[in-house]
Design a protein around this ligand. Structure first.
Ligand code: NDP
Length: 483
């Protein structure tokens, strides 16, 4: 008897409301080597150019579309995503390797984000000021930025595009989205939902393909007014240079992190272990807000290390679609190789791996969560972003040393403290240099109505998410009126 595999879907580029084909490339399942989740059509530079031109043509019409209509469309997009959470979460899990429960949470967040920005449009749009001149008044209005290029990474294929595309569209901009090549199926589904909701042709365009081709065309195009980018710091720097060189585009960069979690002697041990486990290893450590440095005071150090080592070793690594798994695979072979290389670097530098350190026996890109002890903050292990399930413990004597070590990084995305002292928590919030500070909670985990972003090499430009998103996607216009 002959068996037939189900046909593999292919996601196409969306340009001016048309689905545009290109070179077909496979999108592979990181948990099951050889399984093609979907194919996608890679956009060459000409296709990207067409998409930018289409977004430029659609721009005046969309900017003058009544707010009520924009709200209705965004709300419909959000509602469709929320209705399809289960199916979209399975796809996300298969293409990126995220645990099904996490994937459901992420897709839900994306749906809620579209609805949130639909309703943000009812917030005040500007401010009225007194004029210092006689018989004159002054006001500040907002107008859309224009055509926005959105470039996103692979680790949050729904949440990150949603928290950029939703405010961009809400505030009257047209968009060209270039997602990471690894997660084009999720982007393709998002494009389909946006089109089916009735968003006019050219207002939202999707171009898929690698950064040096499709991304580069966006950065160098005259037709783009601003670029919102999330990804690695080295790529972010390149994006910044291009934006300045090619038309002085506005740009917003969310980049890497090397986030500290401080554990003080007075911490609740159970809370400390839970925060370290979640922040360090959940989502396979592939979060820009992951707690990859555990800065632990000497009095609690040994008890904390014992308890965390046991908990880390007990984590179940496995197929993300199996509800018993607690850690899925690493998203790509390159990322796995990089993680394992850093394990070797950590060992050579003199730190000791007390849990993990290798990949598991199963097929697929599975790696055991890895905990190093005896690390120092000047080691590469503690300074460079790994972006995998690798954490290291750095021992310190007191609060002041903990704050100094926590802040000794070129990044500045998130930092956390576990303590039962209100005074220590308050001082930490005031002394931290990062853009996000947590107390008795993991360093990872954000809420959609609150600003998100870092300092140092983690960020450039205005904050994302919440009401703050408006600052990037609109231009303040100061109007003076004499009467
Ligand atoms: P990369 O920087 O490799 O890629 C990010 C995006 O940029 C991808 O779409 C990529 O395309 C594209 N790109 C690559 N080269 C160029 C280029 N020359 N021109 C234009 N676009 C380009 O990051 P990853 O996708 O590997 O994501 C991991 C990184 O993202 C980590 O450093 C992580 O910390 C960071 N991140 C930061 C977050 C934050 O909010 N601060 C949140 C999530 C992740 P392609 O991959 O298709 O080639």
């Amino acid at each position: 008897m002959t068996t037939h595999s189900p046909p593999v879907p292919c996601h196409l580029n969306l340009v001016d409301g048309r689905w545009v084909d290109g070179e077909r490339r496979p999108n592979l399942n990181p948990a099951r080597p050889g399984e093609t989740v979907a194919e996608y059509a890679a956009a060459d530079r000409a296709v990207v150019k067409e998409a930018v031109d289409a977004a430029g043509r659609a721009r005046p019409g969309w900017a003058s579309t009544p707010v009520g209509e924009r709200m209705r469309l965004l709300d419909r997009i959000g509602a469709t995503i929320l209705r399809r959470v289960e199916e979209l979460a399975v796809l996300l899990s298969r293409e990126e390797g995220k645990l099904l429960a996490e994937a459901r949470g992420e897709v839900t967040r994306a749906g809620q984000t579209f609805r949130y920005y639909a309703h943000q449009l009812l917030q005040p749009e500007g401010e009225i000021y007194a004029s210092t001149r006689e018989r004159a008044s002054a006001e500040v209005r907002r107008r859309p930025l224009g055509v926005v290029g959105v470039i996103t990474p692979w680790n949050y294929p729904w949440a990150i595009p949603a928290w950029k595309v939703a405010p961009a569209l809400a505030y009257g901009n047209t968009v060209v989205l270039k997602p990471a090549e690894l997660v084009t199926a999720s982007a393709g589904e998002m494009a389909r939902i946006i089109t089916d909701a009735g968003v006019p042709p050219g207002v939202f365009n999707l171009v898929m393909g690698d950064g040096p081709t499709a991304g580069e065309e966006l950065l160098t195009s005259d037709g783009i007014d601003g670029v919102s980018f999330t990804g690695g710091t080295a790529t972010g720097r390149h994006v910044a240079r291009r934006c300045v060189e090619y038309g002085n585009k506005r740009f917003q960069l969310e980049m890497g992190g090397k986030n500290p979690l401080v554990v003080l002697d007075d911490a609740d041990l159970e809370v400390a272990v839970r925060c370290a486990l979640d922040g360090g290893f959940f989502s396979t450590g592939q979060r820009c807000t992951a707690s990859s440095r555990l800065v632990v005071q000497s009095g609690i150090h040994d008890r904390f290390v014992d308890a965390l080592t046991k908990a880390t070793r007990a984590l179940r690594v496995g197929d993300p679609l199996d509800e018993r798994s607690q850690l899925g695979p690493v998203a790509s072979p390159d990322q796995l190789a990089r993680n394992l290389e850093y394990v070797e670097i950590g060992r050579r530098e003199g730190a000791t791996a007390v849990a993990g350190g290798d990949h598991t026996a199963e097929e697929g890109q599975f790696m055991r969560p890895t905990l190093f002890v005896g690390a120092r903050n000047d080691m590469r292990l503690a300074r460079e972003e790994i972006f995998g399930p690798v954490s290291c413990v750095i021992k310190v004597d007191d609060f002041d040393e903990a704050v100094a070590v926590a802040g000794d990084t070129r990044y500045g995305l998130s930092s956390g403290i576990v303590t039962t002292s209100l005074s220590a928590a308050e001082r930490f919030k005031r002394l931290s240099r990062s853009g996000i500070v947590t107390v008795n909670l993991p360093t990872a985990g954000t809420e959609l109505h609150l600003p998100f972003g870092g300092t140092g090499e983690s960020n450039h430009g205005p904050r994302e998410q919440g009401a703050y998103a408006r600052d990037f996607y609109t231009v303040p216009v100061t109007c003076y009126t004499g009467w």
